[in-house]
Design a protein around this ligand. Structure first.
Ligand SMILES: [Zn+2]
Length: 328
């Protein structure tokens, strides 16, 4: 059997691993935060610090210290020490094993018991960049990148921010404000659109009422909207029947047919009963209560037919025992 070292991958892991030793020591010196976990990921690596609600400003200072140690290009040495020698070393954490222990030392900065692979000098780690912090109960998880990973991430951020800066015609530092302004503008525009839509619907509602025929004591609005949303239909039906003496038979065409039948509080009709047969006759279904019933699930092309049916059934109301009549 023969093995071969994938050097690019090995070197990348050496950078992340040595970077972790340096960053963990920096977090200890600046934050008095102990590293209780380390994970070398395919993208970012993480260290878990035994500190809740990490101070992000202090974390930035720890990152700066770690990079300072990189720029100082200190030697990194791994060697075995006897138990007695280990006891005299300033280890960041006590070793997990007894007897002879392998210790990795970043000269004058950090000593850790470790069996992993490391670079020979801190300069080889390259830049160390903290990219994210997760608050996890009593601990904080710090995501970081070293070496090529950090420069690739930097390149990607430049690419993305350049696109955003060009789109918003602002400099890097003004991006957050520009996005906040956009969000505010969007909120205002949405509210304005909603107000306008309601005013249009109000006007339509008034026009429908004005044109509706008087049937006995009631005004009956019968209307087919060629397109729109089911919520609009319901909203319109409720608007129309908010005043006394109105029956509204509304339908929506378009791709999928919708129905909304409603009546005012003073009208003793049962809209659910009126609706019952109608959508079924055109291939759909529906239901509701005495004052508002809705149907759907049929082809929009049959919406007019459904309205005719409802109109016909409404015409039959009056004879006693008609299921559409509510006990009054
Ligand atoms: Zn190590």
């Amino acid at each position: 059997m023969q093995g071969r070292v994938d050097w690019a991958r090995r070197f990348d892991h050496m950078q992340q691993h040595t970077g972790q030793h340096i960053l963990s020591q920096a977090c200890w010196q600046v934050l008095r935060a102990e590293t209780v976990g380390f994970h070398l990921g395919d993208e970012a690596s993480t260290i878990d610090l035994d500190v809740a609600g990490l101070d992000l400003g202090a974390l930035e200072r720890a990152e700066a210290l770690a990079n300072e140690v990189v720029f100082q290009d200190r030697p990194v040495r791994a060697a075995f020490f006897s138990e007695a020698e280990v006891a005299a070393l300033p280890l960041r954490k006590p070793p997990a094993v007894r007897g002879e222990v392998r210790v990795v030392q970043v000269e004058g900065f950090d000593s850790s018991a470790c069996g992993g692979t490391h670079v020979r000098r801190t300069g080889e780690v390259g830049p160390i960049a903290i990219v994210r912090v997760e608050h996890r109960g009593q601990e904080s998880r710090v995501h970081f990148l070293c070496g090529h990973r950090a420069t690739r991430d930097h390149r990607q951020r430049i690419r993305i921010t350049s696109v955003l800066m060009a789109a918003l015609t602002v400099g890097l530092g003004d991006l957050p404000d520009a996005v906040a302004r956009l969000q505010e503008d969007l909120r205002a525009a949405r509210k304005e659109a909603k107000d306008l839509r309601e005013r249009v619907l109000d006007a339509e509602t008034e026009a429908l009422l004005a044109a509706a025929p008087q049937v006995g004591e009631w005004k009956v609005v019968r209307h087919l909207l060629p397109e729109g949303e089911a919520t609009t239909l319901k909203w319109m039906a409720q608007r129309l029947t908010a005043r006394p003496g109105v029956v509204a038979l509304l339908a929506l065409g378009g791709d999928r047919g919708q129905l909304a039948f409603a009546c005012s509080e003073d009208i003793p009709l049962d809209m659910a009963a009126l609706l019952r047969e109608v959508p079924r006759a055109v291939g759909g279904g529906g239901g509701g209560g005495p004052r508002l019933a809705q149907g759907g699930g049929f082809a929009g092309a049959r919406a007019a037919e459904a309205l005719d049916l409802a109109w016909e059934r409404l015409g039959q109301v009056g004879s006693s025992g008609n299921p559409t009549r509510r006990d009054g």
